[in-house]
Design a protein around this ligand. Structure first.
Ligand code: HEM
Length: 227
């Protein structure tokens, strides 16, 4: 399993490197061309950096959004009153429901930073070079920030969650896309399979880094639109 994963990662790297080389000489209006031809203060990405970034885009943008959808459906199943609120006002509650799903699920569990200069954070002394972890799921349930943080509330407002990372240069590049994807997915799902619910507990990924779901059994009444 691990071997085939590594082989696939190598194949993807080779594919991206080939595409990057092609777009270096034949640029078009696409992401690869923008990446390989970017020049910031005379600095450009090396072929290895382009390949890593491409894999980051594929992985960061895929697992996170789909895990939010699975865990989000599970949350809506566990809290049918919240599902009813959303369905009663899909346009009005849609955006806040998506934000609440990201807060509730916190698909990325943690991220690490290196302290660049000695400082103090919330009463703790931090020295240059030390490593610091932020646990997004913990920050997203901070009683000092959120009223009733353990309530799943599709109309929560304000909702200053950090599921996409804290504000700053590394804030999730794909957050606007993820918000659209999750909103469209649930709109379509409820239109096609209005009574869909999850059954039992999600089969979770064994990972400290990604709050992932391997399988989620669902039940629904088939409709002509679902075929
Ligand atoms: C619900 C879905 C998503 C969640 C919860 C999520 C979460 C995150 C988090 C926590 C970070 C780290 C921020 C930091 O280091 O401070 C991040 C970074 C990033 N995300 Fe997302 N993400 C999601 C969807 C996406 C999508 C759809 C894409 C692209 C198609 C994407 C691309 C990236 C990239 C490229 C970074 C690195 C940004 C940087 O370091 O400058 N993400 N995301």
């Amino acid at each position: 399993m691990l071997t085939s994963l590594l082989v696939k990662a190598e194949e993807l790297t080779a594919l991206v490197s080939e595409l990057a080389e092609f777009r270096r000489t034949t640029p078009a209006d696409d992401v690869t061309s923008a990446l390989v031809n970017a020049n910031v203060d005379g600095e450009a990405l090396t072929p290895a950096e382009v390949a890593s970034f491409f894999i980051l885009l594929v992985v960061a943008g895929n697992d996170t959004a789909r895990n939010t959808m699975s865990l989000g459906l599970h949350a809506l199943t566990e809290y049918p009153d919240q599902r009813a609120l959303w369905l009663a006002d899909p346009k009005g509650s849609g955006p806040s429901a998506v934000e609440e799903m990201v807060r509730w699920c916190s698909p990325v569990v943690w991220m690490r930073r290196t302290v660049t200069r000695s400082t103090e954070l919330a009463g703790t002394r931090l020295e240059e070079g030390e490593k610091v972890l932020i646990y997004y799921n913990s920050a997203n349930r901070d009683e000092d920030v959120f009223a009733n943080p353990y309530d799943f509330d599709v109309r929560r407002s304000p909702n200053p969650h950090v599921g996409f990372g804290a504000a700053g240069p590394h804030f999730c590049l794909g957050a606007p896309l993820a918000r659209i994807e999750i909103g469209v997915m649930f709109r379509q799902l409820f239109e096609r399979l209005p009574d869909i619910v999850s059954v039992g507990e999600p089969d979770r990924l064994r990972s400290t880094f990604i709050n992932g779901v391997k399988h989620l059994t669902c039940a629904f009444t088939p409709t002509p639109l679902s075929r």
